[in-house]
Ligand binder design. Structure first.
Ligand SMILES: [Zn+2]
Length: 467
């Protein structure tokens, strides 16, 4: 590892020197330490891991093959270096099944009251070996190195595990780093783990899981996220991590489809809230051409850092574990399209009468317009049962303050004047009560923007020119 426990200190000292004010408070100091932990996630390290795992010598890491076993040894050697506790069978890192091996390492939490609420962060380390008609788009008989699928996820996960060891405060809940085997043979390792728990993990229940599968081809800063509907408010949680202080946020594409195509699925089938990060398919997917030279190593950094922040936040969440949202399994991208579709109706028709209580109802985002001087923002939103604190903008009245402020269809309203909204009804009430100026924080494709809206005087004599 480029940064180990000891060399973190000089890095930290340098940061404290330039930001002495921030570091003078405990909170600021913790933030600096967090930044140091985050910066231990390095593209160069990811490159080293992927180059080792996607080397021809490992023959495509097929589950149960000698190359697969060598890949497992590589992962274990890094877990040992990090001092993570083995969580497999009989004090080892390995959980054996059907000639294959999951690799499990535990970081215990700091809060005994949630010691059995396990968060699993996983990535499969197997691939398809030489490829055959069942698992490859060909040509067959050549080593399929699987640099993106999924040496990239393994590299990201090793880096996240390392950074976790540098955190200033251990997260409250325990975190299991899981390297799945046999994914390409039918999600065998993750299914096995969901069914059979090594003895040392037996008292724990999995309350959340995160899956990294193919994170090595970040293009246009665009990250795909699956499963964010499996618990209410998850999108908000991911977006918050994405927009954490000091980060350059990625564009997030939330895909509502849930398919049995990666290790997130066995967890979702077991009713455990789960998200998967993925940088998208490509022409080399399950072909011999999925090689190291096509990996965007720099792109792994922001994805792994987002994972670090998100997992830490989940592990520290107050209250009882998040509940599973079963509706997620019947939703699809068609459901998403319907929710986000532009509303055609005029504000006065759809909205004012029933300001935003029922799910899926279009509202104007404001009270009925009766008085001529009442601010009129021109926003129509639809409530989202999966994301109740972020109604989606489905109509913008032409020439309105919302239009002038640059609000866009599909934006999610998150806060009014700096305070998070609680529901669509809350948003409506807050917009109605606002003065002539209001700041609206929106989540636009996972990036947060603050838009300032200024009310237009509706009395014609006083109407300022529109710009
Ligand atoms: Zn694959």
């Amino acid at each position: 590892m480029r940064i180990t426990r000891i060399p973190v200190l000089p890095v930290l000292a340098a940061m404290v020197a330039v930001t002495a004010a921030a570091a003078s408070t405990p909170a600021g100091f913790a933030a600096e330490l967090m930044a140091a932990a985050r910066s231990s996630i390095q593209a160069e390290d990811a490159k080293r891991h992927i180059s080792a795992l996607a080397d021809d010598a490992l023959e495509g890491r097929e589950g149960g093959s000698r190359g697969g076993r060598a890949a497992g040894s590589y992962v274990v050697s890094h877990l040992e270096k990090l001092g993570l506790e083995p969580a497999g069978d009989n004090g080892s890192y390995y959980q054996q099944f059907g000639g294959m091996r999951n690799i499990l390492a535990l970081a215990r939490g700091s809060d005994p009251s949630v010691a059995n609420e396990l968060i699993v962060v996983g990535a499969h380390y197997d691939h398809v070996g030489y490829g055959n008609s069942e698992n490859s788009y060909g040509p067959f008989g050549f080593v399929h190195n699987g640099a993106d699928d999924n040496a990239s996820g393994v590299a990201g996960l090793i880096e996240v595990a390392e950074a976790m060891q540098h955190l200033p405060n251990r997260p409250r809940r325990p975190i299991l780093f899981a390297f799945w085997d046999g994914e390409e043979k039918g999600l065998l390792g993750s299914y096995h783990f969901v069914r059979v728990r090594p003895a040392m993990l037996a008292p724990m229940s999995v309350v959340f899981s995160v899956n990294l599968d193919m994170i090595g081809r970040l293009r246009g800063e665009r990250l795909e996220i699956f499963g964010a509907r499996t618990s209410e408010g998850l999108r908000t949680a991911v977006v918050r991590s994405n927009n954490r202080q000091g980060a350059v946020p990625l564009e997030l594409v939330f895909d509502w489809a849930i398919e049995e195509d990666s290790d997130h699925y066995p967890f979702i089938a077991a009713k455990i809230p789960t998200v998967m990060f993925h940088t998208g398919l490509h022409d080399q997917y399950h072909r011999p051409g999925d090689d190291v030279q096509l990996i965007n190593f720099d792109g792994i950094e922001p994805v792994a850092r987002l994972t670090l922040d998100f997992v830490t936040a989940l592990a520290n969440e107050p209250g009882s574990p998040r509940s599973f949202r079963p509706q997620a399994r019947s939703e699809s991208d068609a459901t998403k399209k319907a929710l986000e579709a532009q509303a055609q109706s005029e504000p006065s028709v759809a909205t004012a009468s029933q300001p935003g209580t029922a799910t899926g109802q279009t509202t104007d985002g404001q009270a009925p317009i009766t008085a001529a001087q009442r601010p009129r923002w021109g926003i129509g939103t639809r409530a989202d049962a999966g994301e109740p604190t972020n109604p989606v903008v489905v109509r913008i009245t032409a020439g309105s303050p919302a239009a002038q402020a640059g609000l866009a269809l599909g934006d999610r309203i998150a806060a009014i004047d700096g305070t998070d909204i609680l529901s669509q009804a809350d948003m409506v009430a807050r917009l109605a009560a606002a003065g002539n100026r209001v700041a609206v924080d929106v989540d636009r494709k996972g990036r947060m923007f603050r838009l300032e809206m200024t009310a237009i005087q509706t009395n014609a004599a006083e109407t300022p020119p529109l710009k």
